[in-house]
Design a binder for this molecule. Structure first.
Ligand code: ADP
Ligand code: MG
Ligand code: MG
Ligand code: MG
Length: 414
C-alpha cells in the first residue's frame, strides 16, 4: 500500500486495502473480509475507523486532503498525519502510557493505525454529562509538564532539539490555522467567524480593546517564533479520552514547536468553559458540587504541573539550559532560575487560556459545552461570563499566581 497513490479509505474498501499489512492483520486476527468496520470520526478534520477483528480492535485514522467540517473548498495537506505520528511517538517516550500505541504508520496514505481505547469516551462529553474521572487533573498536569520539559533544551541536547525543530519546520499549514483561528480571528469580524447575536455588545467591546489585541498579538508572536518545546497543539477536552479512572491524550495533529505554557493554558481554558457552561447542564442541586470538582481539576493541573516540572528540573536537567555548572556545582541553588522559568510558563499559559476562551465562542470552531445550550439567551449569559474572564486572564497574566487568579476570576463571574 505504501507505493500506491493516496486514496481516502471507505468502510467498503478498508479491509481489502489494509488487510495485508502485517502488524494490523496480526493484531486484529481472522480474515480481513470478516472484519467489522465503522467510520466514527466526530472531529473536524479526519476519517477515523474502528476496525474489529477476531482478536482485537484497532483505530485507523486517515487524513483527508481538506478540512472535513468545511469541505474540499478548504484544502489541507495530508502531511499533517506525519506530524501527528511524530508527536505520538515523542509523547509516548516523554510520558509513557499517556497516548494510544501506534501500530502502523503509512506516510503516503496519511494513515495511522493505533490502539483502540476502550471503554474510554471523550472527556468533553463526560463533562457535559456531569461525570467525574479519578486522577484526571493529576494525569493532565503531569502530561503537560513531562512533554514540556522533556521536549525542551532543559532536557535535550541543543543539537538534537534543533534537529527536531527542523523536522517540524515543514509543517506550515497547521500552525497557520492556529495563528488565524485562535489568536487573530476572535478580535475582528473574520469571514468564517460566527457568534451568538446576544453577545454583540460585548464582542464590540472586546474588539475595541486595544490592550487586549496587543496582548493577543504578543501571545501570537511567542507562539509563532518560540520553539521551547514540542506542544500537542490542540489539547482541548475533545482530545482527551477517559474511563472513570484512566485518561489518555489523543489527536496531536496540531503539534509543533512552541511555548511550554501552550498546552496547559489551552487545556485549562477548556475546563473553564465547561465550568461556565454547567448551569445549563446540571440541576441546581448538583451544580456547585460539580463546578467545585471542575475547579479542583484545574487547581490540580496547576499544582501537578509545577510539582512534576520541579521534579524533572531536579532530576533530569541534562540539556543545554540552566546547567548545574552555573548553579549547584558552584554551591548555588537553582531555585530562582526554576521559579523564573515557571513564571514565564504561567505567564504564557494564562494568556493562551484567555485567548482560547475567546476563540471557542467567537471564531470558527466552537465547543459543544456552549453550543448544545438551546436557549440562546441563557447561552449568551454564560458565554459572556466566559468571555469576560478570558479578557481578564489575558490582561492580568503578568506576575499573577495562576491558581489564585483563576479562582478569584471564576468566582467573580460564576
Ligand atoms: P480529528 O483529528 O478529526 O479530530 P480524532 O483523533 O480527534 O480526529 O478522532 C475523532 C474521534 O475518533 C474521537 O473523538 C474519538 O471518538 C475517536 N477516536 C480517535 N482515536 C481513538 C482511539 N485511539 N481509540 C478510541 N477512539 C478514538
Ligand atoms: Mg466517538
Ligand atoms: Mg480531534
Ligand atoms: Mg485533530
Amino acid at each position: 500500500m505504501a507505493s500506491i497513490q493516496y486514496a481516502a479509505l471507505t468502510e467498503e474498501t478498508l479491509s481489502s486495502r489494509i488487510g495485508a499489512i502485517k502488524p494490523i492483520a496480526q493484531r486484529l486476527g481472522g480474515d480481513p473480509s470478516g472484519w467489522s468496520i465503522e467510520e466514527v470520526g466526530d472531529g473536524n478534520l479526519n476519517l477515523v475507523f474502528i476496525v474489529r477483528g477476531t482478536l482485537d480492535t484497532v483505530i485507523v485514522k486517515q487524513a483527508l486532503p481538506y478540512v472535513r467540517m468545511v469541505g474540499d473548498s478548504w484544502p489541507l495537506p495530508l502531511y499533517r498525519a506525519t506530524y501527528e505520528h511524530h508527536a505520538l511517538v515523542r509523547q509516548a517516550e516523554r510520558d509513557p502510557g499517556s497516548v494510544p500505541e501506534v501500530i502502523h504508520f503509512d506516510e503516503n496514505q496519511a494513515l495511522i493505525a493505533m490502539e483502540y481505547l476502550t471503554p474510554h469516551t471523550i472527556l468533553r462529553k463526560k463533562l457535559i454529562e456531569g461525570e467525574r474521572v479519578e486522577g484526571l487533573g493529576e494525569f493532565l498536569g503531569k502530561f503537560c509538564a513531562r512533554t514540556a520539559f522533556r521536549g525542551s533544551e532543559l532536557s535535550m541536547q541543543s543539537a538534537d532539539k534543533k534537529a527536531d525543530v527542523g523536522v517540524f519546520s515543514g509543517n506550515v499549514a497547521i500552525p497557520a490555522i492556529t495563528e488565524a483561528l485562535v489568536f487573530t480571528d476572535p478580535y475582528y469580524p473574520a469571514e468564517m467567524n460566527h457568534h451568538n447575536a446576544v453577545l454583540d455588545p460585548l464582542v464590540t467591546a472586546l474588539r475595541s480593546d486595544v490592550a487586549l489585541k496587543v496582548a493577543a498579538q504578543q501571545m501570537l508572536q511567542a507562539f509563532a517564533s518560540n520553539t521551547e518545546t514540542m506542544v500537542h497543539g490542540d489539547l482541548h477536552s475533545g482530545s482527551v479520552m477517559c474511563t472513570d479512572r484512566e485518561s489518555k491524550v489523543i489527536d496531536p495533529e496540531f503539534s509543533q514547536y512552541g511555548p511550554m505554557g501552550f498546552d496547559v493554558g489551552m487545556l485549562i481554558a477548556n475546563f473553564l468553559m465547561s465550568f461556565f457552561s454547567q448551569p445549563a447542564h446540571r440541576k441546581s442541586a448538583d451544580l456547585s458540587d460539580y463546578q467545585g470538582w471542575l475547579m479542583a481539576q484545574i487547581m490540580t493541573v496547576i499544582s501537578r504541573f509545577d510539582e512534576e516540572f520541579t521534579r524533572l528540573w531536579d532530576s533530569e536537567r541534562t540539556g543545554m539550559l540552566y546547567p548545574a555548572a552555573l548553579f549547584e556545582d558552584q554551591g548555588h541553588s537553582s531555585q530562582p532560575a526554576l521559579q523564573a522559568v515557571l513564571d514565564g510558563i504561567w505567564h504564557d499559559a494564562l494568556g493562551i487560556c484567555g485567548i482560547e476562551m475567546h476563540r471557542r465562542v467567537l471564531s470558527l470552531a466552537h465547543n459543544a459545552d456552549f453550543e448544545t445550550i438551546e436557549n440562546i439567551e441563557e447561552r449568551g449569559k454564560l458565554e459572556a461570563r466566559n468571555l469576560m474572564m478570558g479578557r481578564d486572564l489575558v490582561l492580568q497574566r503578568s506576575g499573577s499566581d495562576p491558581a489564585q487568579l483563576i479562582e478569584t476570576l471564576a468566582s467573580r463571574y460564576a
